[in-house]
Structure formats: structure tokens, C-alpha cells
Design a binder for this molecule. Sequence first.
Ligand code: GTP
Ligand code: MG
Length: 201
Amino acid sequence: MKIFKSEFIKSSDDYKKCPKEHIPEYAFIGRSNVGKSSLLNMLVNNKKLSKTSSKPGKTKLINHFKINDACFFVDLPGYGWAKSSKFERLKWQKMTQKFMINSSKLSLVFLLIDSRIKPQKTDIKFSNFIGTNNIPMNIIFTKTDKMNKKGLENNIELFKNQILKSWKKLPDIFLSSSINKTGRNKILSHISKINNNISYK
Ligand code: GTP
Ligand code: MG
């Protein structure tokens, strides 16, 4: 999939306010600071499209970006940021989960997992929420540039074991680095394959 056009369309605080155009959505979700916005920027080759920050809690709304006039990439707020207030955490969680449950054109959710750390309860919990609601999910392990091969394999293996406790089969798994563009081609061709097979009436 060659990216020839990527444009910011809208930030919404409610799924009901999201763009109405009926083209497939590919959403990026994961713990705050895992690298969702950076990954989206890396995929579309534009470091400035979605705002990133070294401090967690940067993305606070449901952000729609239209790609190649053919689909939306949706950047979502992260979960599990301990320093935000409980009220804010719940507000973002509700907004994100309602969007994921109610959007009729959500084709796939990429759940981003930090490859540097061992499986976190919040990630397993969120993957179970996605599975329980029958939302198609793939996993992307982020920040692999920070890991050696052995450590990376070890963390991925531990995560697979955890997720198989509640999932019948493993979802598709990708490795990424927004620094050295690892995973870009594989993730984009995967999206392209799905997108070519979808036709809405
Ligand atoms: P929220 O919007 O706060 O939920 O965070 P996010 O998941 O969108 O993370 P963001 O893309 O803003 O990145 C968080 C920090 O991680 C930034 O300092 C990025 O530069 C850094 N980062 C993101 N991806 C990578 C990566 O692949 N490798 C390395 N080394 N750093 C990364
Ligand atoms: Mg973000």
C-alpha cells in the first residue's frame, strides 16, 4: 500500500460525532505512551500528522485521519496512565470503548504493546474487552529498536501465553519501531489486503 494522501479530518469526544463517511476504519489503541501516534505517523510517512509526546496522556480524543481517500486511521487516547485523575481515565476509557463497540465501519483494531516490558494486566484486560465484543484485533509490539532479540522474543512469548488463557487462537502479530520504520511494509500491506476486500453498500 503506497500512501499518497493522508489528512487530518476530525477530533471527536463522542462516537456519535465521528465522521460519517462510510469507509473502513483501522484504529490504534494501547497504554498511554506505547507509541500509537508515532506508529500512525511512521505508517503515513509524516512525523507531524498526529501529535506525539514523551509524556503520557497526549492523545485525548478520537482522531480520524483519512488515508488515500480509501479508509480512516483512528488514533485513540491511551489507557492506564496512573497520573491522570480517575475521572479523566474513566472518561477516556468510556469514550474509546463506546467508539469501538458502536462504530459500524471499524474493520480492525491494532492493540499496541510495549515490547520492552512483561505482560501488563491492563493490556490483557483490554484485549479481553476487544475479544468479548467480537471486534477484530491484531497486536503490534512497539519500540523494538530498544530491545535485543532475546529479550524481545522472551516478552512476546510471555504475552502470547497470557493471551491464550482467554483467546482460542493467537491474533496476527507485528513488530514495529517508529524510529527505524520496522513493520511499516507488513502492516500497510495487511491493511491494504483487508481494505481491498471490503465493499460497503
Ligand atoms: P498517548 O497519546 O499519550 O496515549 O501516547 P501514544 O501511545 O500516542 O505515544 P506517542 O506516539 O506519543 O509516543 C510516546 C513516546 O514514545 C514519544 O516520546 C515517542 O518518541 C516514543 N516512541 C514512540 N514510538 C517509538 C519507537 O518505536 N521507538 C522508540 N525508541 N521510541 C518511540
Ligand atoms: Mg497519542
